[in-house]
Ligand binder design. Structure first.
Ligand code: NAP
Length: 599
């Protein structure tokens, strides 16, 4: 084991621990921005890609480097932009309609970017030139200077993630992280091995345009699929750089350490690429959302995985077996595809978070291949973040981590429910009838769920809440950790509709308020309100912590039918005598209720 490798491993482990401590402090409110922030930071694979695209290794390496630069810069630009768009939305009550001062028009901050950029360019240029005739060559000096810039960038990334521990400092933190990224990228452009900037410039331009338009335009409801897509781009970049490094070194001899790291990078990168692409397709509705299962599926997957591991081990001892290397790439791509097809679209968020952590591992492996410490650090941070988020989701869904890790996604057993009549009578109500109820109340707790995202009803909810507020009614929002289809999904949608985050309550905070609430207004939520999770040991939901809406004085549920939600379990709440169903699309129902209350 080489010393470099040992140092790399220490860095990887320590960054993982640091990442754990920083990321566990990120509140559920900011879990969706956290996902896109780690996505942006993991775009640091760009710096390795820049060197491969600009160096004079071979035509193939330049082509692979160019594609990797395009993919990574798409992630960097898109990731930071969409994170900032989300964070800008999180405001307290008194901040609604006001831009935060330090971001609004602080000319010093805006000037800092170009000024530092120019200073940095001059500095690096001077370093490269000044070495001639001295002890160290200019190239060696610029490489050693670059190392310090990378250390600074790593510190800025960690501070950036730390900023996400509060909505107040989150944008500031991301600004630091973006600055760290800019520094690392610009510094890398002075890498002595880079001799041609043509493909770098084209790749950066294409990536920035695609990333920029995605970051600025994508609707908040499409954040899950964008996240999956950007994981696939990051993983593709890692995989291509691994292939390029293999091709470059295979002729001159590859030691076992280098071959192991290349093998890991390419295998994890390839399976994450196809897996994430499938996840994005399912979430976007381009592929069937239902799980695709067949006999012998698990046996086939395990055999394939064993074959992939086997080829990596063989290549470590016989790295010159190039054909086998490409077979390994093909098997890994196929494995990623087969791993995700049996998983239903609704379970994709857990898959995305897991693929996020795999993508982090691919990035870290790329760091080991190129012996680039900053990539090891960011890969480790990304891996920890994805893994932690998937564990949090599992806990909130009352599913085991083993169940997640071994791919039984989307196969939650359907509960055997008797005919609806056996559970009692369902009472429905019209918006006009509801106005009478709203005349005599003092407090409402709004419970948003996945249906709110489907109906895009966040603005309708916000308008209704404002109207109730003007009538002196206390309004609170109850946010379940896995309401919707992404961690923090509801928080982002409500923030988009200008709902102040100080009105959003976590499950632990809000549950004691339900018995005092006059109305629990459930908008498109189902599983997260099902009392069976508390009362019915035979229910698949049993043990999942829920929002205790049935303890409110009255419950109003806005949904289209009595159909179950994600878990496929009938909701006994709808048969509770306190519960009234306002059937219809959530957005339309809210509009009608708003109009009825106004008139
Ligand atoms: P849910 O249980 O999936 O229920 C959503 C409900 O929304 C459906 O029953 C549906 O009923 C209704 N709906 C759909 N479109 C609608 C529309 N246009 N207007 C009105 N209602 C509409 O959602 P949830 O209560 O938010 O629970 C989330 C579920 O997802 C949990 O089981 C959780 O474990 C799972 N999950 C969450 C995450 C995460 O990170 N958030 C990750 C993975 C899994 P109708 O068809 O009758 O309208």
């Amino acid at each position: 084991m080489t010393t470099e490798l040992e140092i790399g491993l220490y860095i990887f482990i320590l960054a993982g621990f640091l990442g754990y401590h920083v990321i566990t402090r990120v509140p559920p409110l900011l879990h969706t921005p956290l996902m896109s922030a780690t996505n942006a930071i993991s775009g640091i694979s760009l710096i390795g890609s820049l060197v491969v695209a600009g160096a004079d290794y071979s035509r193939l390496s330049t082509a692979l480097g160019f594609i990797a630069v395009t993919c990574s810069s798409t992630n960097v630009v898109g990731g930071f932009l969409i994170t900032d768009r989300m964070l800008k939305m999180f405001k307290r009550g008194h901040e609604i309609g006001i831009q935060r001062r330090w971001i609004k028009f602080n000319p010093k901050l805006l000037l800092a970017f170009p000024v530092l950029f120019v200073v940095f360019l001059v500095f690096m240029h001077w370093f490269r030139r000044s070495g001639t005739g001295t002890q160290l060559s200019g190239a060696a000096l610029s490489v050693s200077a670059l190392r310090y810039f990378y250390i600074l960038s790593a510190v800025l990334f960690i501070l950036g993630l730390k900023g996400l521990s509060s909505p107040k400092f989150a944008r500031r933190g991301m600004f630091l992280a973006a600055f760290g990224m800019l520094m690392a990228i610009v510094g890398t452009l002075f890498h002595p091995e880079i001799v041609n900037y043509r493909w770098i410039a084209i790749g950066l331009a294409i990536g920035s345009i695609i990333g920029g338009s995605m970051g600025l335009r994508i609707p908040m409801t499409a954040v899950p699929q964008r996240t999956a897509l950007s994981h696939s781009l990051g993983a593709l970049a890692a995989s291509l750089i691994g292939i390029s490094e293999y091709v470059r070194h295979v002729g001159v001899g590859l030691d076992s350490v280098k071959m192991t790291t290349i093998g890991l990078e390419v295998v994890i990168g390839s399976l994450t690429f196809t897996g994430s692409l499938m996840a994005a397709g399912k979430l976007q509705g381009l592929l069937p959302g239902a799980p695709i299962t067949y006999r012998g599926q698990n046996v086939l997957n395990i055999t394939l995985l064993a074959a992939v591991v086997g080829t990596v081990i063989y290549l470590v001892f016989a790295p010159a077996a190039s054909t086998l290397f490409y077979v390994m790439v093909g098997l890994a791509l196929l494995f990623g595809f087969l791993l995700v097809i049996p998983i239903g679209a609704a379970d994709m968020p857990v898959v995305i978070a897991l693929l996020n952590s795999y993508g982090g591992l691919a990035d870290a492996s790329m760091g080991f291949v190129l012996m680039n410490k900053i990539q090891i650090i960011t890969g480790s941070l990304d891996g920890t973040s994805g893994f932690l988020l998937s564990l949090l989701m599992c806990r909130a869904m009352n599913r085991s981590a083993v169940n997640v890790l071994f791919g039984a996604f989307g196969k939650v057993a359907k509960e055997e429910v008797g005919p609806a009549a056996a559970m009692g009578t369902v009472r429905s109500i019209t918006p006009e009838e509801l106005t009478v109820l709203f005349d005599s109340i003092r407090s409402v707790i709004i419970v948003p769920g996945y249906g709110l995202a489907v109906a895009r009803a966040q603005h309708g909810v916000s308008e209704l809440a404002k109207l109730l507020f003007t009538r002196g009614i206390d309004v609170k929002y109850a946010i379940h950790p896995v309401a919707g289809r992404m961690p923090g999904h509801m928080n982002v949608l409500l923030a988009e509709a200008n709902v102040p985050y100080d009105q959003l309550y976590t499950m632990e905070q809000i549950n004691p308020y339900f018995p005092e609430a006059d109305i629990a207004l459930v908008v498109g939520a189902n599983d997260v309100t099902n009392p069976a999770a508390r009362n019915n040991k035979s229910s698949p939901l049993f043990g999942m912590p829920i929002l205790e809406v049935d303890r409110a004085k009255s419950v109003i549920v806005l949904k289209r039918s009595l159909r179950p939600g994600f878990a496929g379990v009938d909701n006994e709440l709808y048969y509770n005598p306190k519960c009234m169903m306002l059937f219809g699309d959530a957005k339309e129902s809210l509009n009608q209720l708003f109009a009825a209350l106004k008139s």
